[in-house]
Design a protein around this ligand. Structure first.
Ligand SMILES: [Ca+2]
Length: 207
């Protein structure tokens, strides 16, 4: 499952029922500048210890992209991963076997994470993956007792439609200079650039 921009994965034994005591791993990788989203086409896992887990990144022990999935209801499309690699793990116990699952993975462009560094804002949906092109995120800011919200969209250019820092407040002692608390960025380099810009502005103000 490596290097293709999309593909389909079936549970072991499909179209028959999956076996008892299964523990299967799949590594999925797509071209390097993309991230991965997973859509479920069939989902039928019987009893709660049969589960499917999507793990973000190149390491099987990495952070889960979603809570372990189980049951007979098709899960929603997954959050986007934070790199071009995910692992998928399916486990079953020794009683009751469902029809299993069919999932489709696809490579998508992305805008990176939204970082709100000091807890003054929240992002929803909140997850450790990146935001894919066409997805929206809601930012709720709580600055100096004022709360406000903003919905941003990841555009086809790979940048959010709003690229300024989201949650701001006046500096101690008053004044109108905003202090950036967080920024939505397309990657680590842009995050560093955003922070550098803020620092320069603050130094100018002190003179
Ligand atoms: Ca079972």
């Amino acid at each position: 499952m490596e290097g293709r921009p999309e593909g389909v994965i079936y549970s072991p034994g499909y179209p028959g029922r999956y076996p008892d005591d299964a523990n299967c791993w799949w590594k999925v990788s797509v071209p390097g500048d993309k991230v991965i989203k997973v859509t479920f086409l069939l989902f039928d896992l019987r009893n709660v210890t049969d589960s499917l887990e999507l793990i973000d990144g190149n390491d099987r022990t990495g952070r889960p992209l979603t809570a372990p999935l189980t049951g007979r209801k098709i899960p929603p499309r997954s959050n986007a991963s934070s790199s071009n690699v995910i692992w998928i793990n399916f486990q079953s116990d020794n009683m009751q076997r469902g029809r299993g699952f069919i999932l489709k993975y696809e490579a998508i462009g992305h805008c990176g994470k939204i970082s709100l560094n000091d807890g003054r804002g929240t992002v929803s949906p909140d997850h450790n993956g990146y935001f894919g092109i066409g997805e929206t995120a809601r930012i709720d800011c709580d600055t100096s007792g004022e709360t406000w919200s903003l919905v941003v969209e990841c555009l086809g250019t790979g940048q959010f439609n709003v690229t300024h820092p989201y949650c701001k407040e006046a500096p101690p002692g008053g004044g109108t200079l905003p202090i950036a608390i967080g920024a939505a960025v397309g990657g680590v380099v842009l995050l560093a650039a955003a922070i550098a810009t803020v620092v320069i502005v603050m130094k100018r103000k002190r003179r």
